[in-house]
Design a protein around this ligand. Structure first.
Ligand code: PBG
Length: 329
């Protein structure tokens, strides 16, 4: 006997085409930002903890940018891995006008003027201690205000090299307003700020620190003195509100997968464009489980991304960008 029920939600799941018709969230190549690692060498160097991802030499970097455009990915985010001998406690290599990052950005913009280039504003690629900012004289803390000053210089140099959007990822207080003023004073009114507004202290950054060589020592100051506590959610709304008041054009929640509730709350609490960063550890754990035969690689990957968009992200920084964009075609 058929049940006498009027509601049968399964009717909308009967065939692939019906499911396509009622699908609420569709990921597009336009939603993706592709993070790329670069280093000072002609050759690429595989990153062991991030399968399929390498530190790129110049030729491969340019090929990747070309591929991004072919795949309709609108933007790349460039992360330099700096030779350890060039690092010091104040990250002075960040201020060499011809360092790896600035050369790469200007080369990309020369060849592919339409590709949106995003650069991180933080000192961690350049400091020997791996922190995003300057340490106090006694080495006991990461100083806020002096760090903001150098971040402003860094942002202006990135804009000079041609970055379309600078992305402060350091979590210092007041940096968005200062960076906005510094960019404007230098004539870069059109350079955007994508703020890592809600960036959590996260174990999921592990493989990234391998990639850029910014591992911090075991006894060092903890990044939890500036990045957010994973236990907090109201605090993220406050960080987002402050960064928007200070002039951020786009805000980021990072990591993404374990913070879908934060993505949703930010989406509901403001109308600014919202990015989510699916970080290195989120990428690597899918690869690791797939290698063990415990998860289906593509299905898990795609589910992880659609979930981030469904939660409310307008755009996603992800190391899967190129491969998923290629499969969308
Ligand atoms: C640092 C920075 C980090 C990431 C992007 N920028 C790591 C950190 O805060 O230590 C992490 C990205 C990832 O894990 O994919 N400015």
């Amino acid at each position: 006997m058929p049940l006498e029920i009027l509601q049968r939600p399964r009717r909308n799941r009967r065939s692939d085409n019906i499911r396509r018709l009622v699908r609420e969230t569709v990921l597009r190549p336009e939603d993706l930002i592709w993070p790329l690692f670069i280093h000072e060498s002609k050759d690429d160097l595989a990153i062991e903890s991030m399968p399929g991802v390498s530190r790129l030499g110049e030729a491969s970097l340019l090929r990747a940018c070309e591929r991004a455009l072919e795949l309709h990915i609108p933007a790349v985010a460039i992360f330099p891995s700096i030779d350890p001998t060039l690092k010091n406690d104040v990250g002075s290599h960040a201020f060499e006008t011809s360092n790896l990052l600035y050369r790469a950005v200007s080369e990309i913009k020369k060849r592919f003027p339409n590709l949106v280039v995003i650069t991180d504003v933080a000192l961690d690629p350049y400091t020997d201690h791996g922190h995003d900012g300057l340490l106090s004289a006694d080495g006991s803390s990461v100083e806020n205000d002096s760090t903001v000053e150098v971040l402003c210089r860094l942002a202006v140099m990135e804009a000079q090299a041609g970055a379309d959007i600078v992305a402060p990822s350091d979590m210092m207080d007041g940096r968005i307003a200062s960076v906005r003023r510094a960019l404007d004073a230098a004539g870069f009114q059109q350079t955007g700020i994508m703020s890592y507004a809600a960036k959590y202290t996260s174990a999921y950054y592990g493989p990234f620190r391998d990639a850029v060589g910014s591992k911090i020592g075991k006894d060092a100051i903890s990044k939890s003195t500036y990045q957010m506590d994973p236990a907090n959610s109201r605090e993220a709304m406050r960080e987002v509100r402050l960064d928007l008041e200070e002039g951020a054009d786009i805000v980021i929640v990072k990591p993404a997968g374990a913070y879908l509730d934060i993505i949703r709350s930010v989406r509901q609490s403001c109308d600014a464009p919202l990015a989510a960063y699916q970080v290195s550890g989120e990428f690597s754990q899918i690869h690791a489980a797939a290698r063990l035969g415990w998860l289906d690689y593509k299905r898990t990957r795609d589910e992880s991304l659609v979930a981030i968009k469904r939660a409310g992200a307008d755009m996603i920084l992800t190391y899967f960008a190129a491969e998923v964009a290629a499969e969308m075609r």
